[in-house]
Design a protein around this ligand. Sequence first.
Ligand SMILES: O=C(O)C(=O)C[C@@H](O)[C@H](O)[C@H](O)COP(=O)(O)O
Length: 383
Amino acid sequence: MPIPPRPDSTSNPPADTSVITVELGDRAYPIAIKSGETGLADPSGFASHFLDAVGDCTHAIVVQDVAIADSAGSMITQSLKSSPLRLSVIQIASGETSKSTDRIAQLWNEMLDTAADRRSVVIAVGGGVIGDLAGFAAATFTRGLRLVQVPTTLLAMVDSSVGGKTGINLPGGKNLVGSFWQPHMVWIDTDFLSTLPEREYISGLAEVIKYGVIEDADFFEYLEANIAAILQREPEPTRTAIAKSCESKARVVADDERETTGRRAILNYGHTFAHAVESTAGYGVMLHGEAVSIGMQMAAELSVSLGRCDRELLERQTALLAAAGLPLTWEDADVNDMIAVMARDKKVAHGKLRFVLPDRIGNVELVGDVPADEVAAAIRACR
Ligand SMILES: O=C(O)C(=O)C[C@@H](O)[C@H](O)[C@H](O)COP(=O)(O)O
């Protein structure tokens, strides 16, 4: 690996910033959560923390969603203008369709045009699409550049920016080409949420609720009690929801970074169905979190019908997802098309589908040998 050891970047966070460390030995990194009131008006917190985290870089390539170029993107570039780094900016169109083979090829060439080399650092500023695409570009350009994730959507803050999964879609399936490439830092500024469209914000809540179901029953109860305040984006409960989600993800990733033991697969709860929903609906028609919400409902239905959990679990999950304003059903679901897509899921082993299924709130298991007619029934139950 061409990248030098990471400096200790967790020792001196700015006063309004808390830090969660993803414990990965010599590739450990901080998730810095800034929730001070200064926010966009005080970008300096980013630059100093960033320089501590990335070490001896000489060039920063900001890869940003064009939709936030004048807000978060501009805050990051302004912040870096006083640094010694040469700065380049690359714009990416919003939406899932940017996670394509065409766009990654174009991005590699745009990076070449900036004269990127191994002392360049890629800064991904945007939602999950930008993080996955820019992260994959960082992982592959000259066999690996340093990466910093600056998520600007709730979904990216609580999920996709953490844990090092990067990649693009193929027409035949979501995230089928990619790599594990851990960032040097994740910088979460909760102020970015103030301008996030409502639909995007709600979409992110699906991944937040997921953590409660898969490994933290207390957090699930907290969400049940506070979902209205979180929907209103009240600072304290929103910050707690983000921090708890990141702690949960950091724990799971530290246990099984590359999804080899099966532990990390729990983060895929609802995703086997969700990816099939997104891919058969057409990328970008449904937001990822919306598909995850429907996928979690299908997975819980499946678990109930297999006798793995009580109907009460499904009812509590349904109530919380509904209270968050998330969709629970998809009337256009085509059972055969979805099952065909699911056959290419990355959890398939020896040609057999495996599903992450709950047995109680706060615990899920990876289950193989699920009869196809039960899967079909779970999809139908959510139409
Ligand atoms: O980080 C993980 O591991 C996850 O599974 C988190 C998921 O929420 C996320 O959508 C992930 O990108 C899905 O990965 P995939 O490999 O199943 O496509």
